[in-house]
Design a protein around this ligand. Structure first.
Ligand code: TGC
Length: 399
C-alpha cells in the first residue's frame, strides 16, 4: 500500500488549458500565498490582525486592479486575475477579499465611471498599494436589496452633502478613499438626474463626518477588516461625483467583477481543504492502515476532487467568456453559487476526515469553512443568485 498523494492539479492537467503568461501569474500568486500569507495566517486569524504591510507587496506584484488597463494597472486577462484569486484564497479568503475590494470594487468603480482627473488622482496609488479603497453599498438593514438604500446625497451649492450609514464595508477603517453609493433626489431633473437615482461619490476618508468602525465579534474573516460606516453631513466638492454611473447598474457593474473573482477564489479554499484531507488520509493510521485506504474515505476524496476540478473548469469557461466580453450576470451567478456552495461542502467533508484535529488551527480547514460562510453571504447570497438564475430560466421575476 503506497501513500503517495499526487498534486491534485496535475490529475486533470488544467495547466494545459492556460497560456504561459497565465501560469506565470498563478505561480507568482501561489508563491506569495505560500511564502508570505500561509506562515502567519493562523496567528493573524486568531489575533484579528490585518497585515497592512502586505498591501504594498500585493501592489508590487501587480495584483491590485490587475485586470484594468492603464493608470499603473497590469492590464492582465480575466483568467490570469481569476488564477490569482484562486491562489490567494487557497491561503485565506480575507486576502482574496482584499484584492477584490481594492481592485474589482473600488478601482473598477473609478476606472469604469470616473473622470480622467479622478482616475489620475486615485488609480496609480491604489495599483501600487500606496492607497486603499473601499466600496460602500450595503446598509445596516440588509445587503440584498440595494434599491432600498436610504443614504442620501443632496446638493449644497456646487457641492454635495452625504448622510446615511453603511455596514460590512471591507477595509473602510484603513481606506484612503471610499466609493459611496447614495440616493440623489432631484425631482426636477435640474442636475441631469431625472428624479431619484443612485449615484457614486469618491469620499476621501479624512473628510469630516466620515466614520468607519471595525465590526467586532466576527468568527469568520478574522484576518481582514469589515466596518460600520456613518456619514454625517459629509461635505464634498462637485468633482466627488462619479460622472459615468447613474442608477443601480453602476454598483452592480462592479459587483459583477467581484463575484467573478469569487468564482475562482472559493475553489482555492476548496483545493486547500482537499489537500489537507488528502494529507491526513495518507498519513493517519487507524485499524492498522492509513484511513485513506478505506473505501468510505476514498469516496469522499473522489467526490471532493471532482467538485474542485469541475468548479475550476467552470471558472475557466466563465473567464474565457469574460475575455470575449460575453459574460452575463446569470452566468456569474451560476459560478458564484456553485463555487461557494461546493467549497463549503468540501470544507465540511475535509473537517470530518481530519476528525478532532480538524477543529483546531493545526489545519486550515475550519478557518476556510468559517471564512466561506462570509463568502456565501457577501456579493449576493446563495438565494439571490438562485433567484437571478430562476429569472433567467423562467422569465419571471421572483424578487
Ligand atoms: P433592479 O432594481 O431591477 O435593477 C437595477 C438596475 O441594475 C441593473 N442590474 C445589473 N447591471 C449589471 N449587472 C448586474 N448583475 C445587474 N443586476 C441588475 C438592472 O438591469 C437595472 O438597470 P437599469 O438601467 O434598467 O436601471 O434590480 P434587479 O431586479 O435587476 O436585481 C435584483 C437583485 C436582487 C438581483 C439585485 O438587487 C442584487 O443583485 N442584489 C444583491 C446585491 C448584493 O450583492 N449585495 C451585497 C453587496 S456586498 C457589499 O456591499 C460589501 S462590498 C464587499 C466588502 O466591502 O467586503
Amino acid at each position: 500500500m503506497t501513500a503517495t498523494a499526487p498534486r491534485i492539479d496535475t490529475v486533470f492537467d488544467l495547466d494545459a488549458l492556460l497560456t504561459e503568461e497565465e501560469r506565470e501569474w498563478q505561480q507568482r500568486a501561489r508563491r506569495f500565498a505560500q511564502e508570505r500569507i500561509a506562515p502567519v495566517i493562523e496567528e493573524d486569524f486568531e489575533a484579528k490582525h490585518f497585515r497592512r504591510e502586505f498591501v504594498r507587496e500585493l501592489g508590487e506584484l501587480g495584483f491590485l486592479g490587475m485586470h484594468l488597463e492603464g493608470y499603473g494597472c497590469a492590464g492582465a486577462g480575466a483568467v490570469s486575475y481569476g488564477l490569482v484569486c484562486l491562489e490567494l484564497e487557497a491561503a485565506d479568503s480575507g486576502w482574496r477579499t482584499f484584492v477584490s475590494v481594492q481592485g474589482s470594487l473600488a478601482m473598477s468603480a473609478i476606472h469604469k465611471y470616473g473622470s480622467e482627473e479622478q482616475k489620475q488622482r486615485w488609480l496609480p496609488g491604489m495599483a501600487a498599494g500606496e492607497l486603499i479603497g473601499c466600496f460602500a453599498l450595503t446598509e445596516p438593514q440588509g445587503g440584498s436589496d440595494p434599491a432600498a438604500m436610504t443614504t442620501t446625497a443632496r446638493r449644497d451649492g456646487d457641492g454635495w452633502v452625504l448622510d446615511g450609514a453603511k455596514r460590512w464595508i471591507g477595509l473602510a477603517s484603513l481606506a484612503d478613499v471610499a466609493v459611496v453609493w447614495a440616493r440623489v433626489d432631484d425631482p426636477t431633473g435640474a442636475h441631469g438626474d431625472g428624479g431619484s437615482a443612485v449615484r457614486g461619490f469618491l469620499v476621501p476618508t479624512s473628510t469630516p463626518g466620515f466614520t468607519a468602525t471595525p465590526i467586532d465579534g466576527k468568527l469568520s474573516m478574522r484576518a481582514s477588516v469589515q466596518c460600520d460606516v456613518t456619514l454625517e453631513g459629509v461635505r464634498l466638492d462637485a468633482d466627488a461625483l462619479l460622472p459615468g454611473a447613474s442608477g443601480l447598474s453602476g454598483p452592480f457593474g462592479c459587483l459583477n467583477e467581484a463575484r467573478y473573482g469569487i468564482v475562482w477564489g472559493a475553489m482555492g479554499a476548496a483545493r486547500a481543504c482537499l489537500e489537507a484531507a488528502l494529507e491526513r488520509a495518507t498519513t493517519r493510521e487507524v485499524f492498522g492502515r492509513p484511513i485513506g485506504a478505506n473505501q468510505l474515505i476514498q469516496a469522499k476524496l473522489a467526490d471532493m476532487f471532482v467538485e474542485v476540478e469541475k468548479g475550476i473548469l467552470l471558472a475557466l469557461h466563465l473567464g474565457r467568456l469574460k475575455e470575449r466580453g460575453a459574460l452575463t450576470p446569470p452566468q456569474i451567478s451560476a459560478g458564484k453559487l456553485n463555487s461557494v456552495r461546493e467549497a463549503l461542502a468540501i470544507a465540511h467533508e475535509a473537517r470530518a476526515i481530519l476528525a478532532g484535529d480538524g477543529i483546531t488551527n493545526a489545519w486550515p480547514v475550519m478557518r476556510h469553512a468559517a471564512n466561506l460562510e462570509s463568502v456565501r453571504t457577501y456579493e449576493g447570497t446563495d438565494e439571490i443568485h438562485q433567484l437571478v438564475l430562476g429569472r433567467a430560466l423562467t422569465g419571471l421575476n421572483a424578487f
